[in-house]
Design a protein around this ligand. Structure first.
Ligand code: UDP
Length: 379
């Protein structure tokens, strides 16, 4: 055999596996059907701005090991995600839900006043649920109402979530919004994690560093030449969609895909004053606008480049031919995934890594961590 490992996919999972296995002296071949490395974290420099071509990625983790790991490869900046929401009432609100949001929503100024208001809002939802014998929120709607109440649910959660997932909140799993914190401080940092930032120069650099010294072949479609490619290596690390690997034999898993309307504004150095503005109403067809330069230029640096680049993000149901972005972890898909996972568990020479192969709504730090775990015994 020419290679110890054939790694299918040059995204974060594939690059992590390739980096570690190569360091351990294993011969790896990485292939990707796209013309570039990086998968969906790929960034491309356009007019001096690193554009997140497949949607905004913000690295955040509380795992010091993972933070040190990525920082040993590239330098990260001090970007802190503080998205703003454009709500159906026409007003702007800070996210995540914190004292600024509560002041904007209800005019409350102290944690005590905010707490009282949230309690009043929650009480209504919790009483209604317990009258129906529901003790634990069964879906995203119940989770949101019992966590924060109707005002915030209707202005900041319901429509955004339904646009994002294309399903009613009552049919979505609660865990999707468990990642959204509720805080009684004036803290607009979207994440609770200890560490956060963006690789200076973009994510493509991180992947380039990981793939240094690794043979990579781009524009190679694994499934068009599977037998031949498989014969090149002892083991395969597969990071694509798990249902595709098994030729959809139990049926298609569902994914959400995203499309972007990207525009360069030549005489606008600062379009929206923030990297991320969410549109939490039902009328605006897109979910958010990303202004890419804010990920890497702060303060007066913003004005050095007279241009800006924005992307309007539209969420859609995936269909064959589209790029998959988000697994839809509802009941139907979770049980279908379990059937594919049972087949994957039987494989002796194939390891499934990453968001698509494990069908999990992983963040980047979780992709790295899970991949390191999976390959640790293969080194
Ligand atoms: N969410 C919401 N309102 C917002 C932002 C997020 O209700 O303004 C909910 C929504 O259900 C979304 C989830 O929180 O799917 C996670 O959002 P986040 O932006 O963290 O996810 P990403 O798309 O960046 O992975």
């Amino acid at each position: 055999m020419k290679y110890d490992f054939l790694i299918v996919g040059a995204g974060l999972a594939g690059a992590t596996a390739a980096h570690e296995l190569t360091k351990a002296g294993r011969r790896c071949l990485v292939i990707d059907k796209r013309a570039h490395i990086g998968g969906n974290i790929y960034t491309e420099e356009v007019d001096g701005i690193n554009v997140h071509k497949y949607g905004a990625h913000i690295f955040h983790t509380s795992d010091k090991f993972i933070w040190d790991y990525v920082n040993s490869l590239v330098e990260f900046n001090r970007y802190t995600n503080c998205p703003v929401a454009q709500a159906p009432d026409g007003k702007l609100y800070n996210l995540p839900f914190n004292m600024n949001t509560f002041y904007q929503m209800w005019g409350v100024k102290t944690p005590e006043e905010a707490q009282a208001k949230i309690e009043e809002q929650r009480k209504e939802a919790v009483e209604k649920m317990s009258a129906e014998g529901i003790t634990e929120p069964r879906n995203l709607e119940e989770q949101a109402l019992s966590l924060i109440g109707r005002d915030i649910y209707e202005k900041l959660i319901k429509h955004y979530t339904e646009k994002q997932w294309g399903r009613p909140c009552s049919e979505l799993p609660a865990f999707i919004i468990r990642r959204l914190p509720v805080r009684l401080t004036f803290d607009n940092n979207y994440f609770n994690d200890s560490y956060q930032g963006i690789p200076i120069g973009g994510y493509t650099r991180l992947i380039e560093r990981m793939l240094e010294g690794v043979e990579v072949r781009l524009n190679v479609n694994y499934f068009e030449n599977k037998a031949e490619l498989d014969s090149l290596a002892d083991k395969i690390i597969y990071t694509g969609e798990i249902d595709r690997f098994y030729d959809y034999k139990f049926g298609h898993l569902q994914y959400r895909t995203v499309s972007f309307e990207t525009e360069t504004l030549n005489d606008t150095p600062n379009y929206q004053g923030n990297a991320v503005v969410n549109y939490t109403d039902s009328k605006t067809p897109f979910t958010r606008i990303i202004e890419h330069k804010h990920f890497e230029s702060f303060g007066n640096d913003l004005y050095v480049n007279p241009k800006t680049i924005i992307s309007r993000e539209y969420s859609k149901e995936w269909k064959p031919g589209d790029e998959p972005y988000y697994p839809v972890n509802d009941d139907r898909n979770s049980s279908l995934y379990a059937k594919y996972k049972a087949l994957a568990d039987e494989e002796t020479n194939v390891i499934f890594c990453g968001r698509l192969a494990e069908y999990r709504y992983y963040d980047m730090h979780q992709v790295i961590s899970a991949t390191l775990d999976k390959i640790s015994s293969l080194k």
